[in-house]
Design a protein around this ligand. Sequence first.
Ligand code: ADP
Ligand code: ZN
Ligand code: ZN
Length: 694
Amino acid sequence: MTGTQGKASDCHDGWVRVALDVPLFGDYDYACAFPAPVGVRVIVPFGRRRMIGVVVAHPSQPGVPAHQIRSVERVLDDMPPLSQDWLRLARFAASYYHRPLGEVILPALPVSLRRLGAYEGKRSGGGPVARMDKRPGPAPENVTPVAAPILNEEQEHAVATICGAQGHQTTLLHGVTGSGKTEVYANLIEHALEQDKQILLLVPEINLTPQLEHALRARLAHRIPASSFVVLHSGLSDGKRLRAWVKAQRSEAQVLLGTRLAIFAPLPQLGLIIIDEEHDTSYKQQDGLRYSARDLAVWRGRDLDVPVVLGSATPSLESWHHAQTGRYQYLALAQRATSATLPHIQLVDTRRLKLEQGFSPQLLSAIAETLDAGHQVLVFLNRRGYAPVLHCGSCGWLTQCVRCTAYTVLHRGPRRHHYLQCHHCGDRTRVPPACPECGDMDLKPMGRGTQRIEEFLQAYFPQARIARIDADSTRLKGSAQRLFAQVHAGEIDILTGTQMVAKGHDFVNLGLVGVINADAMLFAQDFRGPERLFAQLMQVSGRAGRHTQTGQVMIQTEYPDQPVYQALCRHDYSGFAQHALAEREAAGLPPYAWQALLVAEARELATAVNFLERAAALEQLNPHTCEAAVHVTLYDPVALRVVRVANIERAQLLVESSHRPALQAFLAIWASTLGELARQCRVRYTLEIDPLEI
Ligand code: ADP
Ligand code: ZN
Ligand code: ZN
């Protein structure tokens, strides 16, 4: 890289190195007759195509013979070049996740800034940014400002400690549900605003939890104009995303509230990064560049020397470990901020009970009592549909997807008729009139999902107004908000649903939370199963009794002695974490080890496994790899638990090291060889760093 952007020496004509969104490691150098500073977008020919790329360097000599070199067609100067710090973030992500730089940079830009069509043709009108500037932005939403409450001691201490520090510091803000983390964030934001800084606040989900947005808007209304509070998430239209991005880059957005993709927003005055619910797995991108927005946030904060705050009631064990070892600063909010106390969590041992559609007599009577007292009930079951499978009582046949190694789930459609759906490939089929194996007409649903729960509750409590919130009932845009609004307005007595109902809602009148079939996660194959279970149950429990009355939580389980349930009843996150970390350490698992996962996909499992075996063998062939691999373990390739999805078979290879730099050094060499091998073996592959699911 030469010089800083804007210097005259930087705008020379000559050679430019351009990052392009192509899945190849390599340098793409072009001749350029125009000033093209680092960070500017350009249109270049590539093969037979033309593409938008970003200038990332000015090489003194091009990497291709001079007679082969092609020229930049056009420099797109409708926006200031991407800044040096933004490019550093992109470079770090590319090197850490082992992807070509262009595959990081281009997808991070709003679509209209990287699509050729937006700049060409009669109607391009000077490009998307110019078109956007001509159109007035949407009128900012009206908010009624609310005054700041007086902070309690713990909140006060947290705010003072974070604001009192200079430069970068990552803080783990461990606050029980209802402890008033949002109010701490608001104070930190106000402090940063006073110094004319921009603030980036990341949340796992915006659409499901509009409350945080509303609360913060109202709370900050007396500080900044409504138009300076900007949201950025994937649910926005291309135009709105562009507008948010440009406002961030122009420093017009003072507070940027976004989901994981907002970690790549350009923020020239960035002075504070807050990650709410830092343990949430939505921070991990699951395709393309599989980045962790939380981890990138910590890197970005360190790079810019600004504070990073990670908030959670149930921190990820990684962050907890960092706090324990002093890498992160630890601050706790142990009390609820309102007069409410933490909910009473009770386990219902279902081993010797006769259940009615999955409900214990204890839970049913608790529901009845809560309804009688005029409070709302939440029934949580993390499984959508009517029943997980349809089954023949005579011969044991089960409904199975023809394209996947998975059972098909029974769903109830409109007008109560049923259909079968595969939750892996989405394929829908009709319910067979009889068992295809033995002809028996009496096919029975086995187990239960939220639809069946809803049906049962309606029959059992005919007077109650019941709503269900899951991915099926909220398919239409805005329907989740409508359903939640009904709950908040008191028009619903019993709410049932999947983890969608667990996230960050402040239900004023919720008296009881019932949890059905929690054990499923306890024995999930993934070693993070108990951690997820604890977080999820704590989060859903935290919905109860947030205001005046005390809330009650009933968890049905066949394993009441499991440490995760015992710790939950005591609201003892640290007890749980200590136990779980000891297990992880003994087993050599994260956070005591670092992992990468190579997944291969092919028509036949054998092809995928062959690729992985050869990939593992590469390590022995290449002496550099061999050297780096000394501290790295490559496990045997194994088929994925659901081997076949949509007729593609999948296998994985786990790479592990107790030493992060060793793993990174190995991956740097290894990753660059995989593309060619995959072409030879005719497989598709993904290499994921710090995978969350194994
Ligand atoms: P968390 O995000 O930690 O679960 P919230 O930020 O939603 O908790 O706060 C829970 C409730 O406590 C909210 O209704 C909030 O308005 C209230 N609250 C927060 N801080 C205070 C305070 N210092 N005094 C009074 N009420 C507060
Ligand atoms: Zn049969
Ligand atoms: Zn399927």
